[in-house]
Design a protein. Structure first.
Length: 146
């Protein structure tokens, strides 16, 4: 029997994987400066090396790239984990716990995106967060079977 939470869990996983895919496209696109100020900023991001101590001197482009890769990996991890859970069909208690962890992590991610980024990542993390909320609520209302 198909439980109502499984539909929302699938939607959550698909949204997470789609976000990772779309976000990873940015790794292959070089930003083009539209004016002299943007050109200067992009040049500095690629060439200025900040001394972070202990021999670490990354450029700001390196720092930006590492954070971008982490977001993509977070979405991939969440999506693959949710697909794995759908296939293995663990008990409701485990599903509820994992969905609560998912909900907290992607909720924090959504707040950070809403404050510090722009519309596409805000929308994608917002949709993931809403789907996870619905998944968690539907899991909470699903009766535990013995």
């Amino acid at each position: 029997m198909l439980k109502k939470y499984s539909i929302w869990l699938k939607i959550s996983a698909i949204l997470q994987l789609m976000t990772a895919l779309v976000h990873s496209i940015g790794f292959f696109v070089q930003p083009e400066p539209k004016n002299e100020t943007e050109k200067q900023m992009l040049t500095l991001m690629d060439t200025y090396k900040a001394d972070m101590g202990l021999g670490f001197t990354p450029t700001f482009s390196n720092l930006f790239l590492s954070m971008s890769v982490c977001f993509t990996l977070l979405c991939l991890f969440g999506g693959w984990l949710n697909i794995y859970l759908l296939r293995k069909k663990p008990g409701l208690e485990i599903l509820r716990g994992v969905m609560l962890i998912n909900l907290v992590i992607f909720g924090i991610c959504f707040v950070v995106m809403a404050i510090f980024t722009f519309l596409p990542p805000i929308l994608s993390t917002g949709l993931i967060f809403v789907a996870l909320i619905i998944t968690y609520i539907s899991l909470r209302t699903t009766p535990q079977t013995s």
